[in-house]
Design a protein around this ligand. Structure first.
Ligand code: HSE
Length: 318
C-alpha cells in the first residue's frame, strides 16, 4: 500500500497583494506542474529518495531535505494529540525548479504533508496542516508568509487573512483569464529577494498599495475583470526586484503589445506572469517569451488557468 500526493505550482503576490495574495496554477496542456510525494510503509523511522527533473538541485543528504523536516514536524504535531507517526518510506518527485518564484519549496512541503496526513488517516485538520506548512516555509525563506502554501494546499486564488484564527480564504477569480508564466531558468532565493526591499515605505506608496488591493478584491467580488486587471500593479517589490530579472522590461513591453491585461513578477521571481483573455494572443506571447526571455534550457513557459483543487491525493503510484 502507498499514497501519492500532488501539490501544484503557485504564483504569490499577483503584483497587487504582496505577501497576501496567491494563486495555484494548472497548465492548460493538462500536464502536472508541481511536486509529487509518495509515502509507503517503512521498516523503521524514515527514508527518502529524490527523483524527477530537478532532483539533482536538492541537498544530497536526506536529513537536509525539506521532506525530512516535514516528517519531523508532522511527528511533533501528532505527539501533541497523543498519536505516533508510522515508519515511512518517502519519494519526492521534484518537478519544480528551486528559487523560481513558482512556490517550489511550498509544493514539496504541501505534497509531503498531504501525503503523510493521508497515510495517517487525516489525523490533522486543515488549519493545523496549513499552520505547519507556513512554519516550514518560514524556516526556508526566513519569514512566515502563506501566499504560496495556502494556494498550493487549498487551490484557487487565496487571500491571506492571518488574524482571528483564520489563515487564508479563497476569493472569486476570473475563469476566463489565462496566466502565461515564464521561468527564465535562473534562480533567485526568496530571502535574497526580500533582503533587497526597503525596510520602510513612503506613506503615499502604502496608501496606493492598500487602495489597489481593496479595489482588486472588490472587483473580484463584483465580477469586474477589467477593473481587477487594471489593479495588478506592484509598488512594493517590482521596482526593486525587476533589476534581478534579465529582459524584464522587454518582456513587459511585448506582453502589453500582445494584449496582456497585466504583467508582473511571480512571487519573488525570476518567473514572470501575464494575464490574457485570448488564447491565440497567449500562445503568441508564450512563443515570444520562449524565444526571447528564457536564459537557458532549464527555462520554460506555460499557459495556465488557476488550479481550483490545490493539493490532492492522486493515487498509489508515481
Ligand atoms: N510574498 C513572497 C515574496 C513570495 O514576494 O517575498 C514568496 O512567498
Amino acid at each position: 500500500m502507498s499514497v501519492v500526493a500532488y501539490a501544484p505550482a503557485s504564483t504569490a503576490n499577483v503584483s497587487v497583494g504582496f505577501d497576501v495574495l496567491g494563486g495555484a496554477l494548472a497548465p492548460i496542456s493538462g500536464e502536472l506542474f508541481g511536486d509529487r510525494v509518495k509515502v509507503s510503509k517503512g521498516d523503521f523511522g524514515f527514508s527518502l529518495e529524490c527523483v524527477g527533473r530537478y532532483a539533482d538541485k536538492l541537498p544530497k543528504d536526506a536529513d537536509s531535505n525539506i521532506v525530512y523536516q516535514c516528517y519531523l514536524n508532522y511527528q511533533a504535531a501528532l505527539k501533541k494529540i497523543n498519536k505516533e507517526i508510522l515508519p515511512v518510506k518517502m519519494i519526492l518527485e521534484k518537478n519544480l525548479p528551486v528559487g523560481s518564484g513558482l512556490g517550489s519549496s511550498s509544493s514539496s512541503i504541501v505534497a509531503a504533508l498531504e501525503a503523510l496526513n493521508a497515510w495517517h488517516d487525516h489525523l490533522l485538520d486543515e488549519n493545523t496542516m496549513l499552520t505547519l506548512m507556513g512554519e516550514m516555509e518560514g524556516q526556508i525563506s526566513g519569514s512566515i508568509h502563506y501566499d504560496n502554501v495556502a494556494p498550493c494546499y487549498l487551490g484557487g486564488m487565496q487571500l491571506m487573512i492571518n488574524e482571528g484564527g483564520i489563515i487564508s480564504q479563497m476569493i472569486p477569480s476570473f475563469k476566463e483569464w489565462y496566466w502565461v508564466v515564464a521561468y527564465p531558468g535562473i534562480s533567485i532565493s526568496t530571502s535574497a529577494a526580500r533582503n533587497i526591499l526597503p525596510a520602510q515605505y513612503r506613506l503615499s506608496e502604502t496608501l496606493t498599495y492598500g487602495r489597489r488591493l481593496a479595489a482588486f478584491v472588490h472587483a473580484c467580488y463584483s465580477d469586474q475583470a477589467d477593473l481587477a486587471a487594471k489593479m495588478l500593479k506592484d509598488v512594493i517589490a517590482e521596482p526593486y526586484r525587476s533589476q534581478l530579472i534579465p529582459g524584464f522590461k522587454e518582456a513587459r513591453v511585448f506582453a502589453e503589445q500582445s494584449g496582456a491585461l497585466a504583467m508582473g513578477i511571480s512571487g519573488s521571481g525570476p518567473t514572470v506572469f501575464a494575464v490574457m483573455t485570448d488564447l491565440q494572443q497567449a500562445q503568441l506571447l508564450q512563443q515570444w517569451l520562449t524565444e526571447n526571455f528564457l536564459q537557458n534550457d532549464e527555462g520554460f513557459c506555460h499557459i495556465c488557468r488557476l488550479d481550483e483543487k490545490g493539493a490532492r491525493v492522486l493515487g498509489t503510484e508515481l
